[in-house]
Each structure stands twice: as C-alpha cells, then as structure tokens.
Design a protein around this ligand. Structure first.
Ligand code: MG
Length: 159
C-alpha cells in the first residue's frame, strides 16, 4: 500500500505549578500537565497518529508509563523514536494536522514555533505540519480548565 492514514487522541489533566509543554515548546502558564513524561499531550497524540497509520499499537505500548526509563522524558525523544519506526518500515510523513483544545492560556501566537519544533524533530518541512488551537467556549472539562485535549491525523506515503 502506498498511503496509510492514522489518527491519534490524548488528554492530560492540568494542575498548578507543573510545566506546560505543547509540540515541544514550553508555554508560560500557571498550570501544566499531570504526566509520567513531560506531559506533551500534543506530541503524544501525534505519536499515536503515526503509530496508528502503520497499525503499530499506541504510545503506551511502546513507552509504558510504568517504566522508569520514561519518567519525565522529553516527548520529542519519543516522537523521534516513533518517526524512526515509520522510516524503518519504508514510509515517510506526507503531512500531519493537529488540533489542540485548551481554554487557557492562549497559545495561538506560539503556533509557528510549535510547527517548527515538530518539523525539526520529524525531519520534514514545516509546510507538512499543521497545528491549530481552539478553546471549547468554556464548555466541558477543557472549558473548565481541568485539562487539554488533542486530536492528530497523519498521512504516510511509501518513501
Ligand atoms: Mg499522554
């Protein structure tokens, strides 16, 4: 098959005093993500999209949160490992599209940095990476500021 598509989804809870990383970019915020890793929920969703495209399971299978090896790990390292798996199987990333639902802080101005960060880790052009940010109009757990929700899709083509 020449093309494969995958989707990924992740949620992390927010808590005061923790760091907030999104797409490998540090966001100034009074709240950050509860996680075993650095909590980069956007990278986690993207990893699951890439793994899903090749039916390779999910991020929790490859990098279990029960493992000390992955405690506090920079999620960019996980993304690089996932992309290496993709290339080992003869595929290249066509494009990826990520939607981040977060009520606060506002992150729209950081989107160019996020795209550049992901493109650098993946070894692709920045025009292959889309990042979009939205609120949920104060509805639901995202709207109440309890967490962040991310969806990602990725298209792979045989390299
Ligand atoms: Mg996660």
């Amino acid at each position: 098959m020449d093309y494969r598509i995958g989707q990924g989804y992740d949620v992390h809870a927010l808590r005061e005093g923790l760091p907030m990383w999104l797409c490998g970019v540090r966001i100034e915020s009074p709240v950050g993500f509860v996680a075993h890793s650095d909590g980069d929920v956007a990278i986690h969703a993207l990893c699951d999209a890439l793994l899903g495209a090749l039916a390779l399971g999910d991020i929790g299978h490859h990098f279990p949160d029960s493992s000390e090896e992955f405690r506090g790990i920079d999620s960019k390292v996980l993304l690089a490992r996932v992309m290496a798996m993709v290339r080992e199987r003869g595929y290249e990333l066509g494009n990826a599209d990520i939607t981040i639902a977060l009520q606060a802080p506002k992150i729209g101005a950081r989107v160019p940095e996020m795209r550049a960060s992901l493109a650098a880790v993946l070894g692709v052009g920045v025009d292959s990476i889309s990042v979009k940010a939205t609120t949920t109009e104060r509805l639901g757990f995202v709207g109440r500021g309890e967490g962040c929700e991310v969806w990602a899709v990725a298209l792979l083509r045989r390299g």
